[in-house]
Design a protein around this ligand. Structure first.
Ligand code: G3P
Length: 217
């Protein structure tokens, strides 16, 4: 399973990149706002060291304007995945942009039928939002499982990019279901390494080691 980092915070991406944890990056207008950076400038900086897909999202609501924005974003670097919303206009833009050879990430997916139609429109990635479904007492992981079944039934090549990941358990469950990619904020990626028994065990080892009076170095 590939790890994409869901942020436009360049320092946070770099830290994880240096550990080999970054297979790609996803951004959206809210994350660009949070970064306080210009979208073109920050996306270019991310693409200067991340070689996997870097999603940059269009903001227009009409297909023809999405196409113009998508082509401009795609010109930043060859590894840009143009992110379009799961609307009828977004699907039109997806079809054209994927036909032109660009990677397309169809975002804001909340149903299996939306994922099905995005695959028909040639999406490279489909982004189902787990956490936002959980927020309204639906089950985001059920959606990942349904999409996995449908895509496997018909051998669709669209990759399931599980998004709106809020917890380490979301990551584990997506891996169990067989999502192709998860995109998660840096804090969730770091939380994958944490366990209370690791901390407790290390504390005990440190105390016992001190009692030995020995040194390794
Ligand atoms: O990749 C989509 C993601 O940024 C949305 O996450 O936590 O705002 O629902 P969240």
């Amino acid at each position: 399973m590939k790890f994409f980092i869901d942020t436009a915070d360049v320092d946070a991406i770099r830290e994880l990149h240096d550990l080999g944890m970054v297979d790609g990056v996803t951004t959206n207008p809210s994350l660009i706002l949070k970064s306080g950076r210009d979208i073109i400038e920050v996306t270019r900086e991310i693409c200067s060291f991340v070689k996997g897909p870097v999603s940059a999202e269009v903001v227009s609501l009409k297909a023809d304007e999405m196409l113009a924005e998508g082509r401009k974003l795609a010109a930043i670097a060859p590894n840009i995945a143009v992110k379009v919303p799961l609307t009828w206009d977004g699907l039109k833009a997806c079809k054209v942009l994927s036909g032109e050879g660009f990677m397309v990430n169809v975002t804001l997916c909340f149903s299996a039928n939306q994922a099905l139609i995005a695959a028909k429109a040639g999406a490279t990635f489909i982004s189902p939002f787990i956490g936002r479904l959980d927020d309204i007492n639906l089950d985001g992981l059920d959606l990942i499982g349904d999409i996995r079944t449908i895509y496997d039934n018909y051998d669709f090549k669209t990759q399931i990019l599980a998004a709106s990941i809020r917890t380490a358990n979301h990551v584990k469950d997506c891996a169990m279901i067989g999502a192709d990619v998860i995109t998660a904020p840096p804090n969730v990626i770091k939380a994958l390494a944490s366990h209370v028994l690791t901390d407790k065990g290390l504390d005990q080892f440190t105390k016992d080691w001190a009692k030995t009076g020995q040194k390794i170095l």
